[in-house]
Structure formats: structure tokens, C-alpha cells
Design a protein around this ligand. Sequence first.
Ligand code: GRF
Length: 179
Amino acid sequence: MIGVLVSGTGTNLQALIDAGLPVVAVASNRRDVYALLRAREAGLPAASFALDCHADRAERDLMMATWLEEHGVELVVLAGYMHLLTKPFLDRFPERIVNVHPSLLPAFPGAHAIHDALAAEVETTGVTVHLVDEGLDTGRVLVQEELALEPRATLVDRVHALEHRLLPQVVADLCAGVR
Ligand code: GRF
């Protein structure tokens, strides 16, 4: 049973839902993001855990982890989730949190990976799906696939299309105990 964390438009969440994966709950660090609407439209429980409602990030993460567990979540997928998770959350789902990132990690970690790759004028970039630890996009890599930087004008679309293919594949494998 999968819980998905989101912060934005939720196209990766949509890819997981469309792939028929057992998503049972969706949580966000931000109110009013389009991803939460997608979740509700799919009939999924969706909740926001904004920082201003909590004493600190650790407390927020603890509440979020508890809410996910109450919905039966065993595997957490970060699909465009833009906050680092604290130890109290990581400890609740050991080795069971995955993230999709739009570069070939360890190159270009952080929130602007596609822009950073374009600015660095590397020949190749890509997409990484990896396990999540306390660092910024540092956990063990599960799968990576390359993309040519050129043609630059279509890079953003090609990265997203690759994310929407790779993430559901890896999550399906994890659900099947293959990875
Ligand atoms: C994706 O490119 C993801 O890799 C990055 O943020 C984007 C989220 O897109 N961290 P969406 O919310 O899934 O549409």
C-alpha cells in the first residue's frame, strides 16, 4: 500500500494512479496544490501538513507519518515533494521511501536540477529513482536513465515523460518485492 507525498502539480502522482498502483493516501507540505485535487478526484484521502500548523518540521513529519500509517501505508513515494524529511519520518519507513529526481544523481541535486543541467551544458542528463535518506537527493540509487540534453527546447517535457515511465515501474517492482 502506497502513500504519496506531493508539493506541486502532481503529474507523477497521476502516473502512479494511472498505472493502477495501490495508492491509498496522498499528503502534502502545502495547502491548495493541484496534486491534492488530483488525489481527491481519484477518490483518495488527501491531507496537507503545512509547517505553520506545527511546532517544527520534526513534529509535522511525525504527524504526517502517523496519518500515512493510519491509512495502511507501507511504502512512501515522493512525487515532486519539495521538503527534506526529518529523522522521525525516515525512522517510521526504513528503506521504504523512494524519490524521483530529474537528473543523473549525484549530478545536480536540489530543486533546480533541469535548469542546472542546462546551465552546465552537459551532454547528458536524465532521471534517477532512489531511496531517501537524510541528505538532499543522496540515498541509494535504484534506477537511472539517460537523456541527451539536446534538443534543449524539449528537455523539460522529455524529463517529465521519462519520470512518468520510470517511477511507476520502480514502484511496481518494490511492491512486488523485486527490488
Ligand atoms: C518533478 O520533475 C520531480 O522530479 C521534481 O518536481 C517535479 C514534480 O512534478 N522533484 P509533479 O508535481 O509530479 O508534476
